[in-house]
Write a protein that binds this ligand. Sequence first.
Ligand code: ZN
Length: 233
Amino acid sequence: MSGALVLLSGGQDSATCLAWALTQYAQVETIGFDYGQRHRSELEARSRVLQGLRSKFPKWAPRLGTDYVLDLGVLGQISETALTRDCDIAASGNGLPNTFVPGRNIIFLTFAAAVAYRRKLTHIVSGLCETDYSGYPDCRDDTVKALQVVLNLGMEQRFVLDTPLMWIDKAETWRMAERLGGNDLVELIRSQTLSCYKGDTQHLHAWGQGCGDCPACNLRAKGYASFIARSPQ
Ligand code: ZN
């Protein structure tokens, strides 16, 4: 078994990917990015997820290594988006929501590869998904596959960019968590991760924390409802 670096943002998808990696790889390290997000609660959520995995999953804890948080403040400075500026979330002229930070995932994966190179980790795991995404072109499988080629050529490596959620929807992501870590993992992800674009930690719903109103909350709520509806009680 080889090692993996997991992009952990503090949301449902990346937390599920981290659990997935812990079942696949002997050595798992995590990376997050501080790029001037409007809310800091996302970064706090990722610490809670790591803490919860270490304390509640003794079979995984020994595999879980160093966590890195990279300062990518410059990305926030050059991006005019609703994630990095105090403005309302809306569709922009080209049909993409103004939560789209151009190049964000390409930059994240490239920085992750630089860290993985140094740490001799061969797999880079992210929660990118083109099944029920917001139309972000850098979440697409083709983008990830092309980037894998570029990184391997440019760094003379054989990295594999794993995207375990690429072809499943949010309800299936909850089911994956249940399969990997049972109710304890579902509960950790439900109660401790934060997917909300506004970083709202004031409102607690059946599906977790969030404003309950933004596109990310709507997607999470819908997925959780569908997961619960189809789960045997
Ligand atoms: Zn929200």
